[in-house]
Design a protein around this ligand. Structure first.
Ligand SMILES: Cc1cc2nc3c(=O)[nH]c(=O)nc-3n(C[C@H](O)[C@H](O)[C@H](O)COP(=O)(O)OP(=O)(O)OC[C@H]3O[C@@H](n4cnc5c(N)ncnc54)[C@H](O)[C@@H]3O)c2cc1C
Length: 258
């Protein structure tokens, strides 16, 4: 199925539903809010097994942990009940919106801004390379009060998918990884209630970094195994193997040689 998903660039909705059904989604969300109540190590084991079959499907499924960890780490009990419980009650997806075209590793260089107006926050800007964008039910977004404040200006917000002003860019074409949907996310004066802010204002950078600390091992475990080899290896993803010789104009035997 992996080559088919990659050829067609199809979002693997049926596999998301199956994974949720057998309890292989939202592994690190506490059981009290509908998650698996497991740790990062167990998540890595599951990521390895998924990735041995399809890297794109792995990214689709594991991105929920990335998106929901800020709520697990910084949300109040009321926020966890409002956002985690409904999401984990079905085969729903969530997106983590941190990266911008000019702010990848340099998170403090983000330009998506927020301002407060009464009991609401207004978010304006755009995020890039966001996994499951357009498929997710909610978006956890990091925005700054003032780009000059760098990491001290950043706060985190939960934005439900049906919020006016939220839109998405075109689906990125990623050879060997097309089963994972990646799009830009555009916030045009998106309004959310103050309730949707995670932690205090200015705590967003630390929430993002603590989230990456917890979620990157799962991503790395998947990447290490996606060549069908033991974790930690580097290779060509199985889904890419049928297509990359033509792409690179190499004889196919070169693909299997190394
Ligand atoms: C398939 C895919 C899915 C993704 N999904 C998401 C998502 O769901 N949400 C999200 O927010 N983002 C997502 N991203 C973005 C991803 O997190 C970024 O690509 C990553 O943060 C790196 O940013 P960048 O690509 O801009 O690279 P850069 O920051 O430009 O880095 C390029 C290279 O330069 C190195 N480098 C950078 N700065 C320094 C420095 N100061 N000193 C030395 N070396 C440096 C880096 O280590 C790297 O090797 C996704 C990306 C991909 C490819």
């Amino acid at each position: 199925m992996a080559p088919e998903l990659d050829r067609e660039g199809r979002h693997p909705s049926e596999l998301v539903a199956k994974a949720w059904d057998v309890g292989l989604m939202n592994l690190t969300v506490p059981e009290a809010y509908g998650g698996g109540g497991l740790g990062v190590f167990e998540e890595c084991l599951v990521a390895e097994e998924f990735a041995a079959a399809c890297a794109g499907v792995t990214t689709t499924l594991m991105a929920n942990a990335l998106a929901l960890t800020p709520i697990v780490l910084a949300g109040t009990h009321a926020q966890k009940e409002a956002f985690l419980s409904p999401l984990c009650a079905g085969p729903n997806l969530a997106s983590f919106c941190l990266t911008e075209p000019q702010a990848g590793s340099d998170v403090a260089g983000m330009r998506t801004t927020y301002r407060r107006e009464g009991d609401e926050y207004i978010i304006h800007g755009a995020k890039q390379w966001i996994t499951n964008a357009g498929e997710s039910s909610l978006y956890v977004v990091f925005a700054t009060k003032d780009p000059n404040l760098r990491h001290k200006g950043i706060s985190a917000f939960v934005v439900p998918a049906d919020t006016p002003g939220l839109s998405f860019g075109k689906k990125e074409d990623k050879m060997g990884h097309r089963a994972s949907t990646t799009r830009s996310v555009i916030f045009e004066d998106v309004r959310v209630p103050a309730f949707n802010r995670l932690g205090e204002e200015g705590e967003g950078w630390m929430i993002a970094m603590r989230t990456l600390d917890k979620s990157r091992p799962g991503i790395a475990a998947g990447r290490g195994h996606c060549a069908g080899r033991p974790a930690g290896s580097v290779g060509i993803q199985p889904t890419a193997r049928p297509v990359w010789p033509a792409h690179c104009q190499l004889p196919s035997r070169s693909v299997h040689a190394g």
